[in-house]
Design a protein around this ligand. Structure first.
Ligand code: PMP
Length: 363
């Protein structure tokens, strides 16, 4: 790692693999002899269409996307999907099931309530979103148009360790903060989506993987044109200008993922990083993790001392030592280490050493 680089534990936008950054740097003024940067080329040009096609193909290969599913490269962030999902799916029965396990599923449910009836099948708000409900706790409605949940709760540091069983009701999952971190059986889902700025690419791209038969059936007549899945499928995400640079960066990141052994390789690294960090915190005298053990996130590790001043001291000293962006989200407080795919294992090892030393000196 270059000398000036810090270990960036930001929740997103967050670290990208060095190889992707260096490749982008080397091609920034002249992409493969085209005489221009990817930032400067027409999205309809042959050279860009090849990037678009190859990036889609790489994602399909790495995530093992089955036939009958389409990969879309959209905009308006993950938040755009909070609207796009109900606008396209809610019309089936006029109601949908939502599991509320944190900030973003809560926002998604609020947005969906504009378009139909939201049935809250479970909520972890009773214990400050420190756990994931069990399958038995989900009060499912067999007539729901779809079932919505957020696979990893970026702020609270909890993660679903199982895929909910919902019978014939299509599963919709926000995977913004854990996509590509382990193998997923896509065939169980109706829609998977993720904002790119954590495990995939710079901000500005939203990846959607949709079962094609779900699109185009129940679109609300007033839905904005950019929120029509069917149209985006027909136009291969190119109804308008797509986020070209982002798509290119995603491709470079996916090359790195493949070199590391794909999603199985990512899972090994994820387990190594999170295992080390949780062990260190569990064995400390000062720190506790809010998330219940069976619900802990492999991507966002939320922890605290219980003393705000000491938390602030930890964050300040960590920053000075080159471990940045460890302050927790304002709604949760404490600290949070986001350890996405591109965080080197060595960064977590060093953070663990720092935590141990802080624990010794302040405990
Ligand atoms: N869902 C999750 C799980 C997130 O972590 C975030 C952002 N941190 C969002 C949705 C919202 O993403 P965006 O800013 O791309 O709209």
């Amino acid at each position: 790692m270059s000398d000036q680089r810090v270990y960036n534990f930001s929740a997103g936008p967050s670290m990208l693999p060095m190889s992707a950054l260096e490749r982008a740097a080397s091609e920034i003024t002249n992409y493969q002899g085209s005489g221009m940067s990817v930032m400067e080329m027409s999205h309809r040009s042959k050279v860009f269409l090849k990037i678009h096609e190859e990036t889609q193909a790489k994602l399909r290969r790495i995530m093992n996307v089955p036939e009958g599913y389409k990969v879309l490269f959209l905009q308006t962030g993950a938040t755009g999907q909070f609207s796009m999902i109900p606008l396209n799916l809610m019309g089936k029965t006029g109601k949908a099931d939502y599991a509320i396990t944190g900030n973003f599923s809560n926002l998604a449910a609020k947005e969906a309530a504009k378009y139909g009836k939201v049935n809250v099948v479970a909520s972890s708000a009773d214990k400050g979103h420190t756990y994931i409900p069990t399958q038995e706790e989900l009060k499912l409605d067999p007539e729901a148009s779809y079932f919505y949940y957020c696979g990893n709760n970026t702020i609270y540091g909890t993660e679903w360790q199982y895929i909910p069983e919902t019978g014939d009701v299509p599963l919709v999952c926000d995977m913004s903060s854990n996509i590509l971190s382990r193998p997923v059986d896509i065939s169980k889902f109706g829609i998977i989506y993720a904002g790119a700025q954590k495990n995939m690419a710079p901000a500005g791209l939203t990846v959607v993987i949709i079962k094609e038969e779900l699109a185009g059936k129940y679109l609300m007549p007033y839905a904005p044109i950019m929120m029509d899945y069917q149209l985006m499928i027909e136009k291969d995400s190119m109804y308008n200008t797509p986020p070209c640079w982002d798509i290119y960066m995603l491709g470079l990141n996916l090359d790195w993922v493949e070199e590391q052994g794909g999603v199985a390789g990512m899972e090994k690294l994820r387990n190594l990083r999170s295992g080390m960090l949780y062990d260190t915190l569990d064995n400390s005298r000062l720190f506790t993790c809010a998330a219940e053990k069976g619900s802990r996130s492999g991507m966002n590790v939320a922890f605290r001392t219980g003393n705000e001043e000491l938390d602030a001291k930890f964050v300040a000293e960590a920053t000075a030592a080159g471990f940045v962006n460890l302050k927790g989200h304002k709604v949760a407080g404490g600290m949070r280490a986001s350890i996405y795919n591109a965080m080197p294992v060595e960064g977590v090892e060093k953070l663990c050493d720092f935590i141990k030393a802080f624990d010794k000196n302040n405990g």
